[in-house]
Design a binder for this molecule. Structure first.
Ligand code: UD1
Length: 415
């Protein structure tokens, strides 16, 4: 098993370029199943999850070709409506193939994705939405068997789930009639998916607001599309620069997508400015503690909760971190405590009392964003840390050790 060996204490300096967004490209790869014409995607990050999604659609009949950051996908025929269990079990996000397969073929079989480290993560709202569009959902030997001819419907989501919004949008684009999705997720990745679908000839309006209207069309055509920058990767590097007292220009960002985090940085007294080609952080490494509460977009993103908590562990004073989106997303706390952080958990709230220094330690990343938090802590700690669980980090951070090395961080991978 690989680990990352990080020696802290070096302020990060230089320029880092953000890759295309993992959470935007995954549903867009799935949406390529909606057309028999070729699709070209640019700024596609090289990540384990992206490769897995490519393998899932290949198993369904897609031809997938990568050259550099470009992905060409062609699904002339759907050869198979069953997603292989071994792939789906490795990546929960593969459930977003349900909507497009159902829309194109009228049937999909997929093993129930089950839970993961950050909670039980049910998919009831995905299924409720597909049922409202006319699908019949059955459980059969651990597989979900979903079939039906779809027609537009009015759907109210009990919670603005990102995945459910995506699955329902992709199912509805080829349904007969109009679908109105209320209390929809408003994340930038939803807007990127809607733009991609519209470029294919779909009629999706209102993405980025809580009400999305979709007029079904008969068929969709091929297109080429550039994936939006990854706001979570950008946020992670911004916070690493802030924690190490660095001077870093983070390029390829859409700063509006980062507003909730930037507002909290301002409150904490961390200097940054928006420049023509990115966001520049010029931190002395001193900042005040602030409270954060994760919420759906445009609230503070749950995916930046762990890195922000790692930052707070060295802030001045006490900050409260409230996690409202996932039920079990504090796995990084015990690891941060091994590095000297002072954090107490009370239910969904973590109380972080800033300490003057963190010290390097062997730690384990239990999930992707916990991994980013531990790298941040290790970069700002005294001494050397060994971070295990790198397979989680590789799911969502492209070339992480190269990028951090280029801005002066001391990090290497050991197999
Ligand atoms: C997506 C992102 C993930 C991010 C999350 C919240 C991808 C690939 N992943 O995950 O990085 O952390 O949005 O911004 O885009 N829930 C249910 N029933 C459902 C669906 C969801 O109870 O049918 C619950 C989940 O367990 C969770 C909450 O709703 O507690 C939010 O989940 P959701 O917005 O669906 O997140 P994902 O799409 O899984």
């Amino acid at each position: 098993m690989s680990k990352l060996v990080v020696t802290g204490g070096q302020p990060l300096e230089g320029t880092v370029t953000v890759s295309g967004a993992k959470n935007a490209v995954l549903p867009i790869i799935a949406a390529s199943l909606l057309t028999r014409e070729p699709v070209q995607l640019d700024d596609v990050p090289e990540l384990v999850d992206v490769n897995l999604m490519g393998e899932v659609i290949q198993a369904l009949g897609a031809k997938v070709e990568r050259s550099g950051s470009q992905l060409k996908i062609h699904v002339a025929e759907i050869a198979n409506i069953e997603a292989p269990h071994d792939l789906v079990s490795q990546m929960r996000a593969s459930i977003v193939i349900m909507g497009p397969l159902l829309a194109r073929e009228g049937r999909v079989r997929i093993s129930h994705p089950g839970g993961c480290a950050i909670g039980s993560r049910p998919i009831n709202w995905h299924l409720k939405g597909l049922e409202a569009l006319g699908a019949d959902v059955r459980m059969d030997h651990g597989f979900l068997d979903v079939r039906g001819t779809l027609r537009g419907a009015r759907i109210y989501l009990d919670f603005p789930s990102v995945g459910a919004t995506e699955n329902i949008m992709m199912a509805a684009v080829l349904a007969k009639g109009t679908t109105t999705l209320e209390n929809a997720a408003q994340e930038p990745e939803i807007v990127d998916l809607a733009n991609f679908l519209n470029e294919m000839g779909a009629k999706v309006r209102g993405a980025g607001t809580s009400i999305i209207r979709i007029d079904g069309v008969q068929e969709l055509s091929g297109t080429s599309h550039t994936i939006i920058p990854d706001r979570i990767e950008a946020g992670s590097y911004i916070l690493m620069a802030a924690a190490t007292g660095g001077d870093v220009l983070v390029q390829n960002v859409i700063s509006d997508h980062l507003n909730p985090m930037l507002a909290k940085m301002e409150e904490a007294g961390i200097p940054f400015r928006e420049e023509d080609d990115g966001i520049r952080i010029f931190s002395e490494g001193h900042y005040r503690a602030v409270d954060i509460k994760t919420q759906v977009h445009p609230g503070f993103p749950t995916d930046l909760q762990a890195p922000f908590m790692a930052l707070l562990s060295k802030g001045h004073g006490m900050g409260m971190v409230t996690e409202t989106v996932f039920e079990n997303r504090f796995m990084h706390v015990d690891e941060l405590k091994r590095m000297g952080a002072d954090i107490k958990i009370e239910g969904r709230v973590a109380i972080v009392q800033g300490v003057s220094k963190l010290t390097g330690a062997p730690v384990t990343a239990a999930d992707l964003r916990a991994g980013a938090a531990l790298i941040l802590a290790a970069l700002s700690a005294e001494g050397t840390s060994e971070i295990s669980g790198v397979q989680h980090i590789d799911r969502g951070y492209e070339h992480i050790e190269e990028k951090i090395t280029r801005i002066g961080g001391v990090i290497r991978r050991e197999d």
